[in-house]
Design a protein around this ligand. Structure first.
Ligand code: FAD
Length: 818
């Protein structure tokens, strides 16, 4: 059998190699119009920056190797011009000497791929305007870079190739503007995930022009070129890369009369056979079935091309093999981020008129206590019966693993209920006992079982205030970065005791940092008769989508402004490792450190939560400190802050506290000795302190137990005092929760959960409060009544009477009794 193959890269070379393995005696000829076969187009962008150092590394296999190892006749620089189906021949042009010849076939395989679209706009043919799809195009770009030493580049198109090119140009030291017609980059993912990419691109200095198109390219006045955008930007540049999509190379097939779909792809059956049974087609040029909708689609990716090639080869060799269709699974690296998706996104589901629900989680890639843990934003889209329609994820580590698991689940027709049960590998450096995939399954199943209802980020602003109230269950410390206007703020830990403060007769949109604590709140509220729904993805998702698309401005300007505003340096520098903590963890840790520092001291903080990069500037601003530098590299955010701002700025003095807001101090009477109430008291106090406000806690009666030292202290006591001492818990570690204690199981659970989410234990919170200047008073009278001696209390506690507490209360406008 004589088999001709048109196209010698992904689909073509794979077809030939597979065919040889199943048909030793076939004569196989590959025609490739370019000078190279079997090269790594997926690696092209990485040679621009030198990440893939040697150009030769991209040439995966040589013509000689294909001949020697597989007995293939590989002909480069040979373009197939036409197909004569009747006589089963093709006409080929040898591009080196412009000689045409014909070759007969028994079977013909078309894998001509797709070519970059060059829009018919003025100036696209100027020198210095490039596309990137093959080795000669790569050579042209690298030569331009070597000879012209460009400083600026414009990339048109925010798909995966455009983003990879932008990243590699930045790596090379160029200042990059990226122009994208849609309001987001990365069309396969929904806006909230793309928003994280926008933020990340800006952090790496890419200047985004979203919702803007290329209008013209002209010769620049000060630079070789000027890109004019539809919205009126005039971008002087040294280099332009067009990356606005691809068009299938199917003129050959069309001219041969093969059946085509309207957008120009070749129609094939599930054996990759065209309308002519002796002609097969694979790769970017063909139309395939979308497994999830059953409808025709096309997908220009290497994975499907290579699988289709194997199927075509098997069928040619007389074997039975069918292509089941594509799900649409892809992954891309964008600086430190991995963005991956599988299946259908919201837009595609809406277009296909498929009703769906979605849940979004922000869970760490592995156990948060193991160094380097980093969050993944994972969105799962599913149907009413639990059918999995798609998933998308963004993060710095472990992203593609989760998407691949879900892609496998889709392939196997599993449901969200199966995701709950999937037994996935776990050890602290790799995952968690409840993997983000399991958690996505839990959330989806919770929703389908009616345990949870969600409102999406883009619906929150549209909620009718007459019908809805927003309940924010984050801690006060978290509000220092950003509060939600008009929201009721009751931290989760206080929700049960303050449930009466919630408006009756209104639906509650409950929000927290990531959607988890709000779910816990929602469960409690629903069981108490409230109509509560969860804000999907929490504040993190809301913040990403509402941030204006110029986060870089803040990052860029802040350090420069800050340097001008900074107080005189003391020359003392600290470093702080907040890696593995999810926001607001790094902010809280930073706050604590800043409090220990003197004005003018500098701290360098590292964190793995990319959200920290976005939040730290806002935090520094609201607390009167200076963000000197911000860098994101290798998945680590590094921020450098100097304590204090110069007097001349009229904000904070070079004082020891962040900018205080006068008259907003807190006085709290802590009467209860219950663990949960004590935790709430210290969370509130630390929150106030973190905002630069004074907090005074007055411990009386059972509350005094919180302040007891854990170890017995030898003091003189009478019998009654001794009995009291024996019966009462000794210190913060011995307290139990007020409700659902369940012989200690409830208390252990709370402690376990706090540990898991990196929430400080109560003794640590007390220590933090003391370090943050929270004034802790023990009521003299209660101590006398209960026989508690000064020596039995923690160090640093003031013994005071009611008058001291009353004086403090006069200066405060927030008073709590716990
Ligand atoms: P190609 O691999 O493009 O091969 C087609 C070949 O046919 C071409 O070399 C062309 O010269 C030749 N040809 C066309 N017409 C004729 C003719 N008449 N006669 C002779 N020869 C002809 N996919 C991924 O899954 N992951 C990635 O990370 C990824 N990154 C990419 C990065 C870049 C820069 C590019 C350009 C593509 C990337 N892709 C990626 C897409 C992937 O490379 C394609 O989906 C895949 O190569 C398609 O295989 P194909 O055989 O259909 O086409």
């Amino acid at each position: 059998m004589k088999v001709l193959i048109v196209g010698g890269v992904a689909g073509g070379a794979t077809t030939a190699a597979r065919l040889r393995r199943v048909s030793e005696d076939s004569e196989i000829i590959i025609f490739e119009k370019g000078p190279y076969v079997s090269f790594a187009n997926c690696g092209l962008p990485y040679h621009i920056s030198g990440t893939i150092k040697e150009r030769e590394q991209l040439l995966v296999t040589s013509i000689e190797d294909l001949r020697d190892l597989l007995n293939l006749d590989v002909r480069a620089n040979q373009e197939v011009l036409s197909i004569d189906r009747e006589n089963k021949t093709v006409t080929v042009r040898d591009l080196l000497n412009q000689r045409d010849y014909s070759e007969s076939y028994d079977k013909l395989v078309l894998s001509p791929g797709a070519s970059p679209i060059v829009p018919p706009l003025p100036g696209v043919d100027h020198e210095g305007v490039f596309v990137l799809h093959n080795i000669p195009e790569l050579d042209a770009i690298t030569e331009w870079i070597e000879t012209r030493q460009p400083k600026k580049a414009v990339v048109v198109g925010g798909g995966f190739i455009g983003l990879e090119v932008a990243e590699n140009l930045v790596e090379l030291g160029l200042k990059v503007d990226l122009v994208e017609m849609m309001d987001q980059v990365m069309a396969p993912v929904d806006y909230e995930l793309a928003a994280e990419v926008h933020q990340h691109l800006e952090l790496h200095g890419v200047n985004l022009h979203l919702g803007d198109g290329l209008k013209t390219i002209e010769i620049g006045q000060n630079s070789p070129l000027q890109v004019n955008t539809s919205s009126g930007f005039e971008l002087e540049t040294d280099l332009v890369i067009l990356s606005i999509g691809v068009r299938p190379n199917t003129k050959l097939a069309k001219d041969a009369g093969l059946e085509m779909e309207p957008r120009g792809h070749i129609c094939v059956n599930d054996r990759m056979q065209t309308s002519d049974p002796d002609i097969y087609a694979v790769g970017d040029a063909v139309q395939v079935n979308a497994s999830l909708t059953g409808k025709p689609t096309f997908l220009a990716l290497a994975g499907p091309a290579s699988k289709q090639a194997r199927i075509a080869a098997d069928n040619i060799a007389g074997r039975e093999a069918t292509f089941k269709g594509v799900i649409g699974t892809s992954v891309v690296k964008i600086f430190d981020l991995t963005v991956a998706s599988t299946g259908l996104n919201s837009r595609q589901l809406k277009e296909a008129e498929i009703s769906f629900e979605s849940v979004t989680g922000h869970d760490n890639n592995h156990a948060s206590y193991y160094p380097g843990a980093a969050p993944i934003q994972l969105k799962l889209l599913f149907g009413p019966q639990g059918q999995i329609y798609g998933a998308q994820a963004v993060g710095t580590q472990g992203v593609e693993k989760r998407i691949d698991v879900i892609a496998t689940a889709i392939h196997g027709n599993l449901t969200v209920y199966d995701l709950e049960e999937l037994e996935l590998s776990y050890a602290p450096p790799f995952g968690s006992s409840r993997d983000p995939v399991n958690i996505a399954g839990f959330m989806a199943a919770n929703l389908l079982r009616g345990d949870m209802e969600v409102v999406q980020w883009d619906q929150v602003e549209q909620l009718d205030p007459d019908e809805w109230a927003v309940l924010d269950v984050r801690y006060p410390e978290e509000l220092a970065v950003s509060a939600i206007p008009g929201a009721i703020n009751i931290p989760l830990s206080q929700l049960r005791s303050r449930i009466d403060e919630l408006p009756k007769g209104k639906r509650l949109a409950v929000i927290c940092g990531t959607g988890k604590r709000s779910y816990f709140a929602l469960r409690a509220l629903r069981q108490k008769g409230f109509d509560a729904v969860n804000v999907n993805g929490g504040y993190k998702t809301l913040n990403l989508t509402h941030r204006n698309n110029n986060a870089m401005k803040q990052v860029e300007n802040s350090p420069a402004e800050a340097a001008a505003q900074a107080v005189q340096s003391t020359g003392i520098e600290y470093s702080l490792d907040a890696c593995g903590l999810q926001c607001p963890g790094p902010i809280l840790k930073l706050y604590k450190k800043v409090n220990e520092m003197d004005d003018g001291d500098v701290v360098t903080v590292t964190a793995t939560d990319m959200g920290f990069a976005a939040d730290v500037g806002a935090w520094a601003k609201s607390t009167g400190n200076s963000l000197l530098a911000l860098d994101v590299s290798k998945g680590i955010v590094t921020a450098q802050l100097q304590k204090g701002l110069a007097q001349s700025m009229g904000t904070a003095s070079a004082g020891s506290q962040p900018v205080p807001t006068p008259g907003k101090d807190l006085t709290m009477v802590v009467f209860s000795g219950d663990l949960d109430k004590a935790i709430a008291a210290f969370i509130i106090a630390n929150g106030f302190a973190s905002l630069g406000q004074k907090a005074t806690l007055f411990f009386t009666f059972w509350g005094l137990n919180i302040l007891r030292k854990p170890e017995p202290v030898k003091v003189k006591k009478n019998l009654i005092e001794k009995m009291f001492g024996w019966m009462m818990p000794r210190g913060a570690d011995k307290l139990t929760i007020s409700q659902m204690n369940m012989m200690g199981a409830g208390t252990a659970m709370i402690k376990g959960i706090m540990k898991k989410y990196n929430v400080d234990s109560l003794p640590e919170m007390i220590k933090t409060a003391q370090e943050n200047g929270v004034r802790i008073l023990a009521c003299q009278m209660s101590m006398d009544l209960m026989g508690i001696k000064r020596e039995e209390l923690l160090d640093g506690i003031e013994i005071a009477g009611v008058a001291t507490m009353a004086a403090s209360a006069t200066d405060s406008n927030t008073h709590y009794f716990i």
